[in-house]
Design a protein around this ligand. Structure first.
Ligand code: HEM
Length: 401
């Protein structure tokens, strides 16, 4: 297997060093932000960025401290839902997600979701993903188009299947992909970069997804995630709309970040020129990419009270940008136990991702399925750009000339 240094060099797009990112938001979609992140973690582990009007946590220690702080919340005080989504079905769905809530309601549901996701048989997940991949026809000759379509489709369909949502295959045995389209539309509407038209489409998607999950829940097969979540939440006194929203939420959480992990792994394969094999299995390559070219580069916290954070006095309402990607590249966080721990891209603390192991299996299955369909990573990576985003690093492959 490659050393981290080899992989880092391989991930660097060219010998010519690109201009450093202007700020931590620009870093998300920069061709090679990692030397800059490393320097930031070393020299400015926790600082105030007056231009962005955000505190920035960059070292592994600072990131851990912010994510563990009891007053560091996932939403700004008094704004449970972004104003663009408020008052409609997209806002209702958003406001019920555990990802977007703190306190006792979050804790009760989180422990149920954690337990049920931890109980998944990941070998079976691979088998299900493989079976769904077999039902996705190749639609275009162009590798870029096909890779992009699969990155955003196969992981979401697999989660829908694990939930126990029904797929009626057509006469040719093809799996319908509509649900993945709705999930991706909703995920896009949640971005602060969403246009009014995208927000409107997100509302329709939220309505469709919620109704579908609600209508299918009573018939969800025994042992499926939707059935077990219904059972556990009913016992815990959690209402049905919240349960349904969070079942849909699993598909939403699986969408963009897993697409990014899949895409970044394809870029990695192209740049190292090493296709997965017995000596370097795809799972190991996905795990390396999760650390070294992570799909979720940052997350945010909002202070609910005045506090001392990383030795600095911060005020209620202050926002903190938590640079997961910088923590991943922090030399001080890379040795020993910290290196063995799960990748920073999955967050940490109360809101840490409960789908980390599942996500890596989904990305590995998608990469494997694409390679089996004849996608050549080398043809994808010469002209990689990244989708506009403030936190997710998702390659946008261009059609071959
Ligand atoms: C590569 C793929 C993924 C990445 C990088 C990722 C990353 C993250 C991160 C960073 C958070 C925490 C955000 C924060 O603390 O502000 C999170 C939360 C969450 N993720 Fe993932 N995730 C991925 C895939 C998945 C999948 C496949 C699922 C489940 C099907 C999932 C379910 C969740 C849930 C339910 C939460 C909310 C947890 C909470 O707020 O307590 N994620 N994820």
């Amino acid at each position: 297997m490659n050393s981290s240094l080899d992989v880092l060099q391989a991930l660097s797009p060219s010998a010519e060093a690109p201009v450093a990112p202007a700020d931590p938001i620009a870093a998300v979609t920069h061709p090679d932000p990692y030397p800059w992140y490393r320097q930031l973690a070393r020299t400015r582990p926790f600082h105030y960025d007056a231009t962005l009007k955000l505190w920035v946590a960059a070292s592994a220690a600072a990131v851990a401290e912010v994510l563990d702080h009891p007053d560091a919340r996932v939403r700004p005080p008094g704004q449970p839902v972004p104003p663009a989504l408020a008052g409609g079905p997209a806002g209702q769905l958003f406001g019920r997600l555990i990802r977007m809530n703190d306190g006792p309601a979050h804790a009760a549901l989180k422990s149920i979701v954690l337990r049920r996701l931890a109980g998944l048989d990941l070998g079976l997940v691979r088998v299900r993903a493989h079976a769904l991949a077999a039902g996705l026809p190749r639609m275009a000759d162009d590798d870029a188009h096909e890779a992009t379509r699969w990155m955003f489709t196969l992981p979401v369909l697999t989660v829908a299947d694990l939930l126990g949502l029904p797929f009626e295959r057509d006469a040719d045995g093809h799996v319908p992909t509509r649900v993945a389209g709705f999930v991706s539309t909703f995920a896009m509407a949640m971005s602060p970069l969403a246009t009014p038209a995208e927000v409107e489409a997100g509302a329709a998607a939220a309505q469709w997804l919620t109704r579908w999950a609600h209508d299918c829940a009573p018939a969800a097969p025994a042992g499926s995630l939707l059935q077990t979540l219904s059972q556990d939440t009913a016992l815990a006194g959690i209402d049905a709309p919240t349960m349904i929203a969070n079942a849909v939420g699993l598909m939403i959480q699986a969408c963009e970040a897993t697409a990014g992990l899949t895409g970044n792994t394809l870029v990695h394969l192209a740049r190292t020129g090493q296709l997965p094999g017995p000596a370097d299995p795809v799972d190991a390559q996905v795990a390396q990419v999760a650390r070294l070219d992570p799909p979720v580069q940052n997350t945010r916290r909002f202070m609910a009270a005045d506090a001392i954070l990383c030795g600095q006095p911060v005020r209620a309402n202050d926002a903190v940008l938590v640079l997961l990607a910088a923590a991943s590249h922090d030399d001080a966080g890379r040795d020993g136990a910290a290196a063995a721990a799960r990748p920073w891209t999955f967050g940490a603390g109360r809101h840490g991702c409960p789908g980390d192991a599942l996500a890596q299996v989904l990305a590995a299955s998608t990469v494997q399925a694409l390679l089996s369909r004849g996608i050549r990573p080398a043809r994808l990576a010469d002209r990689v750009r990244y989708r506009p985003s403030v936190n997710a690093r998702i390659p946008q492959f261009s059609a071959q000339p």
